[in-house]
Design a binder for this molecule. Structure first.
Ligand SMILES: [Zn+2]
Length: 95
């Protein structure tokens, strides 16, 4: 019997209102970094979740705006030094 293929439906964040789950995966390679960098990266990623940022369908301007919001938020949380070091590392590596 012939089975019709279904197209995968892509759901945007606007179509998927809270509550919803978020998964934060951190590379094991992060353990090789200095502790302040690890703290900055973890805070950075949690800020994306708290700010309900989207990962897909972003224009470069939207991506940059989200990153600025994240750095502002982690500074508000008291991670000023870590945010500064993370931003320098990011810029140097072109993330
Ligand atoms: Zn980010």
């Amino acid at each position: 019997m012939f089975r019709q293929r279904r197209r995968k439906k892509i759901i945007t964040p606007e179509q998927n209102p809270p509550p919803h789950a978020a998964v934060l995966y951190l590379s094991p390679m992060l353990e090789r970094r200095a502790v302040d960098i690890v703290v900055a990266v973890v805070a950075h990623e949690f800020a994306h979740i708290v700010l309900r940022h989207i990962l897909f369908f972003l224009t470069p301007d939207e991506y940059d705006r989200q990153e600025q919001e994240v750095f502002s938020r982690i500074r508000e949380w008291g991670f000023e030094n870590e945010a500064r070091k993370h931003a320098v590392l990011r810029k140097r590596r072109g993330w």
